[in-house]
Design a protein around this ligand. Structure first.
Ligand code: PLP
Length: 435
């Protein structure tokens, strides 16, 4: 880690200060290798016993991935990170690192659809229960806790409602009980730093704003390094009971001295779960994501400025019934957004068209520049009509509960010139409004 604290500097230098130590390369090299030659048998034994840190096999660690991990950890104010093959894998492993069959977590219900499926269907098959609290009432997280509760979970700015999660309030309830808060910060890098508000673990889909160019899938788990896994041993059995798969290691206690920080969570996720489940990110994808990360502060500023301008434009548009954007919220929702979003209100704008479902579909079909995709976090502006796509499996009532009305459109605002974004959206709105 370095003395630098500014994100603009960390994204360029974090994890590789003044060139690669082996080659003097300035750009981060792609270490496209599966394995690493051991110096001798003692070296090999020390690496396997975690007495010494070093590369063994790329499923578990890789020097290109290591630069990405240190850079993302540094911008989040974390102590360590673990890069993975996707954001979905980061969500799954972060929870599997704490839960066995019979355990539960308490989550916000406002989630990315893939996370919802994982929580409601796939984790159920594994015997992990997800209980849903109401983020409008943070105390409901505490009310759902029992002796088997291992974690709290929320997304900083979940779409479609874009209501910001009360990180500090929920994290402090959890810390008193020995329960870590895991925050998915995919939609709000830099503008929110959940660890500063008490989150123990932060995850990202690197596929989105950090990679930022719509070309590589990846995910990451960031360990704050400040959660005490041993304070209440019964609360976190996986960190307090001997792990037979690792010579009886007790992960909460046995942080190897060589690690230099209390990063038991990141270490266990890597050497147990990544070792066994194998969802490693490829060095090539890490390289692509690092290229994106290097300009994240510039790009994210542009995304947020464009989103703010577009939201204000749409507010006055006759075809638009409602605009959903955190800077336009009022009352408690605005206070929460102001508390957690420091440099802008994010890159996602929601709008509800007066013409309902038909207008929504026509709007999408008439876009000329804006892409129609089930994605966010590309440099290009993206749009989707959730009611006929991502949320189409839900009943109208459940869609409504999720914040998806028939005329709702989600816009992931890109970094094209704002005039061109507005012009394309305006012409598509006009055609949709006439029909
Ligand atoms: N978290 C959020 C907020 C997302 O939007 C997504 C994907 O859309 C994910 C996690 C999953 O990420 P990935 O597609 O990289 O698996």
């Amino acid at each position: 880690m370095s003395d630098y604290t500014n994100a603009e500097t960390l994204v360029l230098h974090g994890g590789q200060y003044r060139s690669d130590t082996n080659t003097n390369a300035v750009a981060v090299p792609i270490y496209q290798t599966t394995s690493y030659q051991f110096n001798n048998t003692e070296h090999a034994a020390n690496l396997f016993a975690l007495k010494e840190l070093g590369n063994i096999y790329t499923r578990i660690m890789n020097p290109t991935n290591a630069v990405l991990e240190e850079r993302v950890a540094s911008i989040e104010g974390g102590a360590a990170a673990l890069a993975l093959s996707s954001g979905s894998s980061a969500t799954a492993l972060a929870i599997q690192n704490l839960c066995s069959t019979g355990d539960n977590i308490v989550s916000s219900p406002h989630l990315y659809g893939g996370t919802w499926n994982l929580f409601v269907n796939t984790f159920k098959q594994f015997g992990i229960e997800v209980r849903f609290a109401d983020p409008e009432k943070p105390q409901t997280f505490g009310e759902l806790v029992d002796e088997k509760t291992r974690a709290f979970f929320g997304e900083t700015v979940p779409n479609p409602k874009l209501k910001v999660f009360p990180i500090e309030e929920v994290a402090s309830i959890g810390r008193e009980l020995g329960i870590p808060l895991i925050i998915d910060n995919t939609v709000s890098p830099l503008t929110c730093r959940p660890i500063e508000h008490g989150a123990a673990i932060v995850i990202h889909s690197l596929t989105k704003y950090i990679g930022g160019h719509g070309n590589s899938i990846g995910g990451i788990i960031v360990d704050s390094g400040n959660f005490d896994w041993t304070a209440n041993p019964e609360r976190q059995p996986l960190f307090n009971q001997p792990d037979e798969s690792y010579h009886g290691a007790v992960w909460g206690q046995l942080v190897p001295e060589a690690l230099g920080a209390p990063i038991a969570f990141a270490v266990r996720a890597r050497v147990v779960l990544l070792r066994d489940l194998g969802s490693a990110v490829s060095p090539m994808n890490s390289f692509n994501i690092i290229q994106g990360l290097e300009t994240l502060p510039l790009r994210f500023k542009a995304h947020q400025e464009n989103a703010e301008k577009l939201a204000n434009y749409l507010l006055k548009h006759k075809a638009v019934q409602q605009v959903i954007y955190p800077s336009l919220f009022e009352g408690k929702d605005k206070t929460t957004a102001d508390k957690y979003l420091k440099t802008g209100y994010g890159p996602i704008v929601g709008m509800v068209l007066r013409g309902g479902a038909d207008a929504g579909k026509q709007f999408i079909d008439n876009l000329k520049m804006v892409y129609h995709v089930a994605n966010i976090g590309d440099t290009r502006t993206l749009a989707i009509h959730p009611s006929s796509t991502t949320h189409s499996q839900l009943s109208l009532q459940d869609q409504f509960k999720a914040g998806v009305t028939p005329g709702y459109i989600r816009l992931a605002v890109g970094i094209e010139h704002i005039d061109d974004i507005i012009s394309d959206i305006d012409q598509a709105l006009q055609i949709a409004d006439k029909k």
